[in-house]
Design a protein around this ligand. Structure first.
Ligand SMILES: *Cc1c(COP(=O)(O)O)cnc(C)c1O
Length: 453
């Protein structure tokens, strides 16, 4: 059959829609879906794939696609990559109290009212007190994410004048987004100072003389510099900034509130403020272990300027996020050992090894399948630092690594493994021990799937 002939004989949209009459999705959505499917078919026919499809076939494809669009999303997966803060897998896993708080705030809640007096009040009232205390800051403001925090702080404190930023701190934080470009997008100029590897105090001094309205220090949270490198400390920068009567803004990114054994090299918000930063910005869903949020902590006068800027309204956070962040900060304030993120990071290798052994035995895998692995914090924190962990290496005979990884993602709860050096690795640190059964079943299914017939 000729291409033109196949195209002419493709099912009509109306005809396919009749077959979808019992599908719960509304008609315009069904139509959009069917039209897209038929477009795909036309493209493949024109590309030389002579496929004649029936209305029934298109209806079945449309059903599957519509069901995918309608299913809960995003939804639970098992993170067996060993990357603790995996941006594509939702960064920090929330602690139970944070999850409960989100549910409690989901309906009507006392978001902006004082229950005792019935008078309107701030949505940040309790959170602000807790966060300020934990950050050692006079005041705190919460916005949508770390990027929003940088945007608001630079716009509010530097306006159209520039911020001085070292070329060695022009960080790209992921997905092509760069700190310097984000600052510029808000209309604030960026006065690049120093060189990639070395920046001196006098470089900042010159930028201030050239009109910089703030000094911006950015934590190299996702890469390290080595060799002939050097830059002033926050304490030294403070002197230059204050001599020139401009604020020192520190973008910390990682959001570390308290040092733990596994991230004890990471500066905490309180340390950076104590070292002389006037304002610190960071993320809520990195080492803080909470929901996506941006925290602006520092001097009361400067935080007030951020709060009063019109952009603050556009960047404010939702009640559900506030509830989760508040619960996370409550854990930091009382029982930080109960924070899920800390528990994930501090699992001893021996415990991970024991779990890997139990799974390998249940599957009848050789002892060599139990392996030592290197886990990482990820999400732009602790570059180069690894956490010794344990896990499983899927035996070769179960198939090509890319196929195995794909099959593991295809189960009822998708499992994300690490494919590395032509093998599939399952890191147990990031898998809750309660999911070991699920993981074992999925691995058992790999055997079933390769059995011939
Ligand atoms: C992660 C990060 C950001 C951005 O924070 P998001 O919450 O992802 O928007 C900004 N600066 C630094 C240094 C970071 O590490």
């Amino acid at each position: 059959m000729r291409v033109q002939e196949i195209l002419a004989r493709l099912p009509r949209v109306d005809h396919v829609l009749d077959l979808l009459a019992d599908h719960p999705a509304q008609r315009p959505l069904q139509k959009k879906c069917v039209q897209a499917l038929l477009n795909d078919v036309r493209t493949s026919v024109r590309g030389g794939k002579h496929a004649l499809v029936t209305s029934e076939q298109v209806a079945d494809l449309a059903r599957a696609r519509l069901d995918t669009y309608l299913a809960a999303s995003p939804t639970l997966v098992i993170n067996a990559t060993g990357v603790v803060l995996h941006t594509n897998l939702g960064r920090a896993p929330l602690s139970e109290p944070a999850i409960a708080a989100m549910c409690a705030a989901a309906g009507y809640c006392d978001l902006e009212v004082d229950v005792a007096t019935g008078v309107r009040s701030s949505r940040l009232r309790n959170l602000q007190w807790l966060a300020s205390g934990l950050c050692g800051a006079e005041d705190v403001l919460v916005v949508n994410n770390g990027a929003a925090a940088i945007l608001l702080v630079c716009t509010s404190l530097a306006g159209n004048a520039g911020v001085a930023l070292s070329r060695g701190q022009m960080v790209e934080i992921g997905d092509r987004f760069r700190v310097a470009e984000m600052v510029a997008a808000a209309g604030t100029g960026v006065i690049a100072v120093g060189s990639t590897n070395r920046t001196h105090l006098r470089d900042y001094q010159r930028a201030c003389e050239a009109g910089a309205a703030a000094v911006l220090w950015v934590h190299r949270s996702n890469f390290v510099q080595q060799g002939f490198v050097g830059e002033p400390s926050v304490a030294e920068l403070k002197k230059v900034a204050h001599a020139n009567k401009v604020p020192l803004i520190a973008d910390l990114g990682s959001g570390c509130l308290a040092s733990r054994t596994c991230f004890d090299n990471e500066p905490t918000v309180a340390e950076v403020l104590a070292a002389g930063a006037d304002i610190v910005t960071c993320s809520g869903d990195k080492l803080l272990g909470g929901p996506q949020a941006g925290i602006i902590a520092g001097s009361a006068a400067l935080v007030a300027r951020c709060r009063q800027h019109p952009m603050a309204r556009a960047l404010r956070v939702d009640k559900v996020t506030l509830a989760a962040l508040h619960a996370t900060l409550s854990l930091h304030a009382t029982t930080p050992n109960n924070l899920l993120l800390h528990q994930v990071c501090e699992q001893p290798t021996s415990a991970l090894q024991a779990r890997a052994q139990a799974i390998a035995e249940a599957l009848g895998w050789p002892a060599t399948a139990v392996v030592e692995v290197q886990d990482t914090l990820g999400g732009g924190s602790l570059p180069g630092q690894q956490l010794p962990g344990a896990g499983l290496c899927v035996p070769h005979k179960l198939g090509k690594p890319s196929d195995v990884a794909r099959r593991l993602r295809g189960g009822s709860v998708p499992i994300f493994a690490r494919v590395h050096q032509e093998r599939v690795w399952l890191h147990l640190r990031t898998v809750p021990s309660t999911a070991d059964g699920e993981l074992t079943t999925a691995l058992k299914n790999l055997h079933v799937q390769i059995r011939p017939g």
